[in-house]
Design a protein around this ligand. Structure first.
Ligand SMILES: NC(=O)c1ccc[n+]([C@@H]2O[C@H](COP(=O)([O-])OP(=O)(O)OC[C@H]3O[C@@H](n4cnc5c(N)ncnc54)[C@H](OP(=O)(O)O)[C@@H]3O)[C@@H](O)[C@H]2O)c1
Length: 210
């Protein structure tokens, strides 16, 4: 499929593009606020399968757009590309977690997930997922973990699950409606806390299904 990665110049976007390029099944468009930065990143990590453009141009004509800008910028970026995106499915990977000294990483206190708030500002159907896959794990090799994806729109979720399945050694699992993003986004804080506590590279493996 043709995939745009908005904020594809960042840690997660670069790791995602690199893994997809290694798999070799998708055409990748790196998005950025700065087209030149996007093109540089595409040349560095895209293995000859990626191009670069502004976020707005990146979403035109793709099958799936991945919203991989830093979490604080997710809503504004989604609003900004909404017209160009139209009804192209959008996969939100963002988690609005925050660090508190002496306490650790905390989940977003908002009642609605960021993905649900993104859905409120775009016409495109929004899926959410990949929150538990650290950029550093994606960069290494095929991560030995499952990928969790949720969403209310069947087509958007199917595309997101297909993409997620190419990234991990484990399974790509349907975690239910978009409201499940409240838990999936919170999981990022759990993973970071585990990594800090055990100096590890945590990922998620679900038992008892599939
Ligand atoms: N890092 C991980 O391991 C990981 C794992 C799972 C999910 N995620 C999620 O993936 C997303 C990206 O994480 P990251 O670690 O890659 O973040 P990051 O490196 O801090 O930022 C990603 C990109 O966001 C763009 N950006 C920054 N400020 C912006 C603004 N004010 N407006 C628009 N775009 C802005 C930048 O792209 P340009 O400057 O080129 O526009 C930047 O390269 C986050 O939402 C995070 O929750 C991260």
């Amino acid at each position: 499929m043709r995939v745009a990665i908005l904020g594809g110049t960042g840690s997660f976007g670069r790791a995602l593009a690199g893994r997809l390029a290694a798999v070799g099944e998708d055409e990748i468009v790196i998005g950025s606020r700065d087209a030149a930065r996007a093109q540089e990143t595409a040349a560095e990590v895209g293995g000859g399968r990626a191009s670069g453009a502004t976020n707005d141009d990146a979403v035109r004509g793709v099958d799936l757009a991945v919203l991989a800008v830093k979490a604080e910028a997710a809503l504004d970026t989604a609003r900004g590309v909404a017209a160009a995106l139209g009804t192209t499915p959008l996969l939100s990977v963002a988690s609005a977690i925050r660090f508190e000294k002496g306490v650790g990483m905390l989940p977003d206190p908002e009642a609605l997930s960021l993905a649900e708030r993104v859905q409120a500002v775009v016409d495109a159907p929004v899926a959410a997922g990949l929150h538990s896959i650290a950029a550093s794990n994606l960069e290494q090799d095929v991560p030995d973990e499952d990928a969790l994806v949720c969403g209310d729109d069947a087509q958007a979720k199917a595309l997101a699950l297909e993409l997620a399945g190419r990234l991990v050694g484990g399974r790509s699992l349907d975690a239910g409606p978009l409201a499940s993003a409240r838990a999936l986004e919170g999981l990022t804080a759990v993973i970071v806390n585990l990594n800090r506590r055990y100096k590890g590279h945590a990922g998620v493996r679900v038992t008892g299904v599939g």
